[in-house]
Design a protein. Sequence first.
Length: 292
Amino acid sequence: MITLWRVSVQCRKFNVKKVSRLVYVTARAYTPGKSSERRIRRHPLLFTTAVCAGSFCVSIISYQHARAWVQHSNTLKKLYRWWDGVAGHQKAFFGILVVNSLVFCLWYIPPMHRFMARYFQSSPGMKGSDVSMLLSCFSHREFWHIGINMFVLWSFMPPFEKILGKDLTVPFFLSAGVFSSLISHYSALMSRDFTPSRGASGAIMGVITTVVIHHPHVGLFFIFFPFVSIPAIWALGGVVTLDIIGLIQRWRMFDHAAHLGGVLFALLYDKVFSGWVVNLKKATKKLLPPSR
């Protein structure tokens, strides 16, 4: 992204031939060499697996046994009681909102541009691409982008928290986000299009799909058509269809591969991963001492 910005500035100073050479060099800079393709294909998968497994394990263990960790302090007891009394979807949503807002502000600090471009947008041809698969899920540069994403997340968070429970809301969001980045990563490798991607849309699509799986016939209202109600299953089907068309036609306004990745993760979780999570909960109750 930084290299492309430099090209746009230098275009005013050089003739067409020199500019075309600069653009060619920039394209090659984003194209991974053959020697690094194994790492580019393997490491993101390992990173995604680690984030998914680690987030669920840490959340389940800490949530089930948090009470045992605060028994020695009255202040911590009161703080824990207050925190436990807050609705789970409120805690999760406002936590995600705060992180996204802070990252949004960092994009408008000039000394941070290089750092943000490297770690808070995802592309196979950029340094730090593994970590950026997760960090890019909290990254927005346009106000309309973060505004729409946070509004949609706020709308679906209450039923989503009732379906999964307080302890699984955040790890699901993180896992769906990094999994959607993984699908976008492999899609970019296949199409050889290394345009950087950012945003929470993939994770939010996972949240929406989970709600639709359990409530397929609930009516949904759109922002621009508040008086029109559409069954959730039809609305999700329409969005998925547009994403498939956009992926085939290579539309670049949205990361359609990431959207489809979020939907795919929700389906995999419902059919496969949810059983593993239940077994993990049972195992932690047996291995760790019970909370008092």
